[in-house]
Design a protein around this ligand. Structure first.
Ligand code: FDA
Length: 304
């Protein structure tokens, strides 16, 4: 039953008409639990509240299904405005983005142009930009672009997904770039040809890559709500004598708040991924897929 629901939510996440419709009607069905609001102002308010509790933030202006140059330009502008707003508000947050929203599916050149502009603006503020990893179809392209950008910018990082078979090799290849990586389990529906179908294997590989990347001596953002993975990362850090400023834990807005606060109290750096914007549907569906029990929470909100 869980697998059926998971697959259904992941399919819905990619459904273009549903995404379009949701955009028109604003945050619904309890999506406010996972999405900070529709405007930059809302997002900065959320950052201020999180900063006040010792947590830092990565802000993401939500945007999927971008197929025209104009739409890509609009997304890029929102990224630039988000960086401006972070700087003006003097809050502690960096930026996460999806390259498909910047035109990756239209042309590599367009995406590169937008990325360069965003990274240049971020650099002028001393800020950092993280490239989210999307589905497998975009993985190689994303890594290639990251490699190229990394030659020009030191304020850019990317995400690596533990569910992919290729991941260990990718981390080994990225070592020469001293890549700043966010390590995650992986959120998309992938074929067993490219990704571990069993959760136990994904968890094992997640542990392997935490060890691999931290022991390589590069900055790691360990992005998970899984306490077993967090415990493992703490062990590795102790084993290799890695200082607290060489890694951070990351969690999603609205998920495992108590665990976030507990880690802060223990002296760890915790960054919360805060999405905002009106293109919330795909992101929301992926969160439901991760934990189908969330569906009760949606139903409750529908009848409120
Ligand atoms: P797991 O799914 O095993 O969950 C462990 C526990 O966490 C659950 O038992 C539950 O208690 C809690 N939990 C997890 N998800 C929940 C939810 N949605 N609602 C309520 N509780 C939940 N993926 C990707 O493919 N590309 C990317 O760029 C990113 N970026 C990213 C950034 C950050 C900061 C985070 C935390 C995650 C991502 N992800 C991602 C998503 C990631 O791949 C993964 O799908 C989720 O983090 C869920 O996996 P966990 O590691 O939390 O473990």
């Amino acid at each position: 039953m869980e697998t059926v629901m998971r697959n259904m939510f992941l399919k819905l996440a990619k459904n273009r008409p549903a995404n379009k419709l949701a955009k028109r009607y604003g945050l619904r069905f309890g999506a406010q639990r996972f999405v900070a609001g529709e405007t930059i102002k809302h997002s900065i308010e959320a950052v201020k509240q999180l900063n006040a509790t010792g947590r830092v933030v990565t802000l993401d202006h939500l945007g999927e299904f971008v197929f025209t140059e104009e739409e890509a330009k609009e997304s890029a502008t929102m990224c630039l405005l988000t960086l401006d707003a972070i700087h003006q508000a003097g809050v502690t947050a960096n930026l996460s983005l999806k390259m498909t929203s910047l035109g990756l599916d239209i042309s590599r050149e367009l995406c590169m142009r937008n990325m360069r502009e965003i990274l240049t603006r971020a650099r002028s503020y001393g800020n950092f930009v993280r490239i989210d990893m999307e589905d497998y179809a975009h993985c190689q392209m994303s890594l290639d672009i990251y490699r190229e950008l990394r030659q020009e910018f030191d304020n850019v990082g990317i995400v690596i997904q533990a569910y992919l078979y290729r991941t260990e090799q990718d981390i080994a290849d990225l070592n020469e770039l001293k890549a700043n990586l966010r390590l995650v389990k992986g959120a998309y529906k992938e074929s067993p040809k490219v990704a571990f179908p069993e959760k136990a294997d994904v968890d094992n590989n997640f542990k392997n890559i935490i060890r691999q990347h931290l022991s390589n001596g590069n900055y790691a953002a360990i992005a998970t709500h899984d306490e077993a993975m967090i415990r493992y990362a703490k062990e590795i850090v102790r084993e290799y004598g890695i200082p607290n400023d060489r890694f951070e834990f990351q969690m999603l807005y609205g998920i495992c708040e108590d665990l976030q606060k507990k880690l802060v109290a223990e002296g760890y750096k915790v960054r919360v991924y805060v999405p905002y914007g009106n293109d919330w549907f795909g992101y929301f569906m992926r969160r439901l897929a991760e934990r189908p029990a969330n569906v009760w929470f949606v139903l409750k909100n529908m009848f409120k």
